[in-house]
Design a protein around this ligand. Structure first.
Ligand code: ZN
Ligand code: ZN
Ligand code: FE
Length: 756
């Protein structure tokens, strides 16, 4: 049997099943997965074969089962055999898993020896990836090595009938990790266990900020219904507008402030326990502070995924944001957290189980009843992507923002947890750590390393250094080509026919040295053709210019021949003297780069209708623009002008839309209607270009990728149009459409690139 069948309770499952069916034989792990020999009447053996696949343990993913009939050997009973090769299988490392129902029942049972024990776990749940230092997955190679099991735990660990048979993090109050509490700035006065919890709850209900050690790192927590607490957290973290996530005790608590669909409910309660973006309820019975997610109609919500969280939520819904200062990676060990977070938190609720790998919470959104990952991290990493064909061993280092790394071997690509934006030394070190960990854990010795085409990216430079040190070639992959390849890989495309990928994002280095981002690529893993793109406009201030949508708007209006009149919100947002400077800058093209970015087009549109003129986090203007469009009852009609270039490619002009938008703004058309119209125009554009290109190249699958397609309204409108038109549409359901998926695409392209 192969697939995810090790470290997930497969052997005890087989053992129990065989005993129940009164079969004799044995089960064990080997390098390929799990092997079983059973002896008994033929119909019972058939029933066994069926049940092994149908009733597999919750965390197992059975990819294939091969079986054959052999002569009987006269086994006396059923046993679990040891195997030297156990645990070296690539899929042996499970992501971290939220507390299971069986453990929760014990946790809530006053008669159980683990009653209210914050570290209760079993073979079906608990920390995994974040505590594993190396393979085989055995307690000595995890951060649980420091805890010697008591007699009771040890007995469970060795009993195949126990839910804790070979559960590596197995622990109880007598032998396992403990919580402790300390107030800043006086770490001497610590409290342990239940007293620690009560002290922590006291801090939260008094409106304080609590640093909480979880599975993948530290969170900063505060009461989500206290405006003062949320304001303090924003101020101390240096984070003005970027939304915080909220953790609530259970689904009924979530329904008090958010709407929850069936698909959203399933995700909230899944063993991955991601943050799910939910619409705020119209008439909430619990008022989550507006400032938790300013300017948005959605709220990021998650349910507790460790028993410690369950205890903490007695304080009501909590803001739970990663324990870091803005732009730094999430804090990992106790000393580091103390140093970095003591200025931010009033107190610490921590514990003595070490975190080996830092892992932020994952974020997903449900669009048209299907999951779209926005950040794929805790609970998902390092779950492999199953590839359609075998791949060489490759390391991909991603781009610059939302960085992840990826390694590949055999039929698998393994994406790392979310690392963050590679703007500083800490994140670069985190990325190096993640790469080395993946390479070691999955025994990957790359024969090439893949990176972005952008020469200025930290990740590119790191890849060059790494390649030099290991004497392997570097494969530079164009950013949007990587998006396309990641989408194809997610959908198991073999690569024998190209797809037409609408790759809309903020920034990516183009093959012509300009900044791309509104690209229509016809391509496969090997190569691509840029068959259409958004007309370039100047971006004043280059990369720094992205923080100022109003300036972007003015530049694009000028390019579209629209006069800068005070009647336009984006114009009045900029003081006249600044406008004069900007005019000169654009006139003489000083410190301006050309960009075909769809992200910048949306920024410009957003500022033009007065939604947002300055941003404090990536994508803010577009996100708030989407929120506005969702409130529309009807849509204005706009269209992108299309022109044929001499080289046969198509260019679509954002200026034609902005001219009409500017006129509507001056006419006093409802802003939500305008915003909706811009979304509709992009969807219509995609359909027109898809039609045009398919006419010339024959039927093509249409891909929708890039950070812009995190916009649920846009994705939904576009997909509906395309599907009505009979196209096969590929969008993201397992890999983020944003740069969090780039490393996978790089690996795919590099693995199809001949290297010497
Ligand atoms: Zn459990
Ligand atoms: Zn114990
Ligand atoms: Fe991108």
């Amino acid at each position: 049997m192969s697939g995810i069948v090790q470290g997930v309770g497969f052997r005890p499952f087989v053992f129990t099943l065989a005993e129940r069916l009164r079969l004799v034989g044995f089960v064990g792990n080997d390098g390929a997965g799990v092997f079983v020999e059973v002896e008994g009447p033929a119909p019972t053996c058939d029933a066994f074969l069926k049940a092994v696949q149908q009733d597999a343990p919750p965390l197992a993913v059975v990819e294939s089962v091969r079986h054959r009939t052999i002569p009987t050997t006269g086994e006396a009973g059923f046993r679990i055999v040891e195997s030297g090769a156990a645990g070296t299988q690539i899929t042996a490392v499970s992501p971290d898993v939220a507390t299971c129902d069986a453990c929760l029942r014990e946790f809530n049972d006053p008669a159980d020896r683990r009653y209210r024990y914050p570290f209760i776990n079993c073979t079906n749940c608990g920390p995994r990836f974040t505590i594993i230092k190396d393979l085989p997955y055995d307690r000595p190679l995890t951060t649980m090595a420091a805890f010697a099991m008591c007699a009771a735990c040890d007995a469970e660990y060795h009993d195949p009938r126990s839910r804790r048979f070979h559960a590596q993090p197995n622990a109880c109050p007598a032998c396992g990790p403990r919580m402790s509490f300390a107030r800043t700035p006086a770490p001497e006065e610590t409290q342990i266990g239940e007293a620690a919890l009560q002290a922590a709850l006291g801090v939260l209900s008094a409106g304080g900020i609590l640093a909480v050690k979880g599975i993948g790192g530290f969170h900063l927590a505060c009461c989500a219904t206290s405006a003062a607490a949320v304001a303090t957290l924003r101020e101390r973290k240096g984070r003005r507008d970027k939304p915080f996530a909220v953790m609530a005790a259970d689904l009924s608590a979530v329904r008090q402030f958010s709407t929850v669909s069936v698909a959203e409910e399933a995700l909230l309660g899944s063993s991955q326990r991601p943050i799910v973006l939910l619409e705020r309820a119209q008439n909430p019975t619990t008022e989550i502070v507006r400032d938790v997610a300013p300017g948005q109609t959605t709220l990021g919500v998650m349910l507790p995924y460790t028993p410690l969280h369950t205890l903490l939520l007695a304080a009501g819904p909590l803001v739970m944001t990663s324990g870091n200062r803005s732009e730094e990676p999430i804090a990992r060990d106790n000393d580091e957290a103390w140093t970095r977070l003591r200025a931010l938190a009033d107190a610490f609720l921590t514990h003595d189980r070490d975190i080996h790998v830092v892992c932020d919470d994952s974020v997903v959104r449900v669009i048209d009843d299907r999951e779209q990952p926005i950040r794929r991290s805790r609970g998902y990493a390092p779950f492999p992507v199953l590839l359609p064909t075998p791949t060489p061993m490759v390391l991909g280092v991603g781009a610059e923002l939302k960085a992840t790394a990826c390694v590949s071997r055999d039929h698998y690509a393994i994406l790392s947890q979310h690392i963050g934006d590679l703007g500083n030394l800490e994140t670069l070190q985190a990325m190096e750590h993640a790469c080395n960990h993946l390479l070691r854990l999955f025994r990957v010795t790359p024969d090439r390393v893949a990176c972005d085409l952008h020469p200025g990216y930290e990740s590119t430079r790191w890849a060059e250094r790494w390649a030099g040190a290991h004497s392997v070639p570097v494969v530079r992959v164009q950013h949007h080509h990587a998006h396309l390849a990641a989408l194809m890989a997610e959908h198991g495309e073999v690569g024998d026919r190209p797809i037409l990928a609408f790759t809309f994002d903020g920034t990516g280095y183009g093959t012509d040295g300009t900044i791309w981002g509104g690209e229509v690529l016809l391509g496969d893993y090997r190569s691509f053709k840029r068959v259409a793109h958004l007309r370039e406009t100047p971006l004043p201030g280059g990369d720094a210019g992205v923080r100022h949508p109003a300036r972007v708007a003015l530049a694009q209006l000028r390019a579209a021949g629209v006069e800068w009149t005070e009647a336009l919100p984006c114009v009045s947002a900029i003081p006249p003297d600044h406008r004069r400077v900007l005019h000169v800058q654009l006139e003489r093209r000083l410190n301006c780069v050309d960009t075909s970015s769809m992200g910048r087009f949306l920024d410009a549109a957003s500022s033009l209708v007065g939604v947002r003129h300055e941003v404090t986090y990536e994508g803010q203007a577009a996100i708030e623009f989407e929120s506005m469009a969702r409130g529309a009852v009807s849509a204005a009609t706009y269209a992108f002008a299309l022109t044929n270039e001499a080289d046969g490619s198509l260019v679509f002009d954002g200026g034609s839309v902005l001219r009409e938008v500017a006129a509507d703004v001056q006419r006093g058309t409802a802003h939500s209607q305008i915003a909706r119209g811009v979304h509709e125009a992009i969807a219509a554009l995609v359909e027109r270009v898809a039609h045009d290109v398919s006419q010339r190249h024959g039927p093509l699958a249409i891909g929708l990728t890039g950070g812009v397609f995190q916009n649920a309204l846009l994705l939904s409108l576009t997909r509906r149009r395309l599907e009505r038109g009979g196209y096969r549409v590929l969008s993201h359901h397992r890999i983020p459409p944003n740069d969090g998926g780039i490393a996978l695409g790089q690996v795919m392209v590099a693995s199809h690139t001949p290297v010497v």
